[in-house]
Design a protein. Structure first.
Lengths: 188, 300
């Protein structure tokens, strides 16, 4: 049985902790102060909450960020297809990991970020979500969009990479190897 | 004998002026200095023409340390003079400076004017002619502070003779305000710049219905720049706005707060949601229930 602990951001399957998509990704060094990083995190959480609220209600709340996102969705309806899910926890029984893609459309998976820093890294994250969506029969597509607000409009970039899913699954395996090694040393 | 007499006379006059005494004691240039004394005025207020002293010293090839002392004295006197001129100019500027009208309106979600303020552009536009008249200029330096995260703005008011005065105003960035991150930083910067600038020049910003203000002021004695600065009308700070908004959210019934928690809305989103439904508890709860039911139906 799958469960998610909201406070600890922890996924479990039959009581065993599962790695999340972001946990298995290679770590990225941010060259900025802890305060700036924390401010960015808070802003990211707020922005996701606003988008969730928009998708929940269909209202833009006269907020510039939501209005820009609404415009982005309206302008790309044909490309994106129907909305399938958003902020929904998904689990992979086959590969033993979990994650929560921001928004899944019929033809595209969207991850909302503050900006694009490394398309290869983003591709790995969206590869994880793609595997989850495919296994849970939500969608199977090759449009992996990173969407970000440039202060006025939403911009997006397709970071799809044909090798990313394979590499992502290697990272999942690595996570389990690292965990086993750690357990071995801790229990020696 | 005559020379000794002149020396005594001169030394007596410069009794409290150690620099000059040292120059005189250095010896060799003394007679020439005395000859040129028409160009040198010494009195209780140290009214010296240092340029003349330096000229004489250069002509007579005095020792370098003497020359250095003269240059140092000239520098100090010029600096003192520049400060005096600066204060006179600032005094004139502040007397001539009008009460800046606050014309920029900020509207609330209900469409009503919440408050007015004078943007820095407007302030500068209204007082620019006075800068030239009083020989003043300014320089603005902005720095990011880390503890607490915020903006520190230093305005340096400069006078044409070289004297300047710095005024710093620091504003923390309000992490919890309902703005995007760049907006929060920009807001703090604009706010700090405006207040640092007004404090630096002793500028008063007033309401746009300034007829009343002028009438009242006419019957009052003139006030110091400090008093005028203290009178800058209260604009709700980001801190106050955040506190008000959080207090409003805290006052919501528990079931609504629980609803927002279930939906995973942050305080900012919850505030926007409540604002949308005019803070009507029944309406907010109804909307929350619709969303929760809709999500539950999808999961089924």
């Amino acid at each position: 049985m799958f469960e998610y602990n909201d406070e600890r951001h922890e996924y479990k399957f039959d009581g065993v902790i599962l790695p999340s998509v972001t946990q298995v990704l290679p770590k990225v060094d941010f060259h900025c102060s802890a305060e700036v990083l924390e401010a960015a995190r808070v802003e990211g959480v707020d922005n996701h909450s606003k988008i969730k609220m928009y998708l929940d209600t269909g209202e833009n709340f006269d907020d510039a960020y939501i209005v820009a996102f609404q415009k982005f969705i309206f302008n790309n309806t044909d490309t994106l297809g129907r909305l399938k899910s958003y902020e929904q926890n998904l689990y992979s029984v086959k590969h033993k990991f979990a994650g929560c893609p921001d928004i899944v459309f019929e033809n595209a998976i969207i991850d909302v970020k503050r900006n694009i820093y490394d398309a290869r890294q983003h591709a790995l994250q969206l590869a994880g979500y793609s595997i989850l969506c495919s296994e849970n029969q939500i969608a199977k597509n090759k449009i992996w969009l990173i969407a970000y607000h440039d202060g006025i409009d939403f911009k997006f970039k397709n970071v799809y990479n044909e090798y990313a899913e394979t590499i992502f699954l290697e990272l999942v395996r690595k996570w389990y190897i690292d965990k086993n090694v750690e357990t071995y040393f801790n229990n020696f | 004998m005559k020379e000794k007499s002149e020396k005594r006379k001169y030394t007596k006059k410069t009794n409290n002026k150690s620099d000059l005494k040292k120059i005189i004691r250095s010896g060799e240039t003394l007679p020439e200095v005395i000859k040129e004394k028409k160009e040198i005025e010494l009195n209780g207020s140290l009214n010296v023409n240092p340029q003349a002293l330096i000229r004489i010293a250069l002509e007579k090839n005095v020792a370098i340390d003497v020359l250095e002392k003269l240059l140092s004295m000239r520098e100090r006197l010029q600096s003192e003079q520049a400060e005096i001129e600066f204060r006179e100019s600032m005094s004139g500027f502040q007397s001539a400076c009008p009460v800046i009208t606050k014309q920029k309106e900020v509207y609330g979600k209900d469409g009503k004017v919440r408050y007015r303020y004078a943007p820095l552009d407007d302030i500068v536009k209204q007082i620019r002619p006075l800068f030239e008249q009083y020989g003043l200029s300014y320089d603005i330096d902005t720095q990011i502070t880390t503890n607490p995260p915020g903006i520190s703005v230093t305005v340096q008011v400069c006078h044409k003779l070289g004297h300047s005065k710095k005024t710093t105003f620091q504003v923390p960035v309000d992490k919890d305000s309902y703005m995007s991150e760049p907006q929060k930083w920009a807001s703090a910067q604009t706010f700090a710049k405006r207040y640092a600038f007004c404090n630096g020049f002793g500028i008063l910003t007033g309401d746009d219905d300034d007829d009343t203000v002028i009438l009242v002021k006419a019957s009052e004695p003139p006030r110091s720049p400090q008093e005028r600065t203290a009178d800058i009308p209260d604009i709700p700070t980001e801190e106050e706005r955040r506190a008000n908004a959080l207090a409003k959210l805290q006052a919501l019934p528990e079931n609504i707060k629980e609803g927002f928690k279930i939906l995973g809305y942050t305080a900012q989103a919850a505030w926007m949601f409540s604002e949308k439904f005019a803070w009507g508890h029944g309406r907010i709860m109804k909307e929350i229930n619709i969303i929760i039911d809709m999500k539950a139906a999808k999961n089924v």
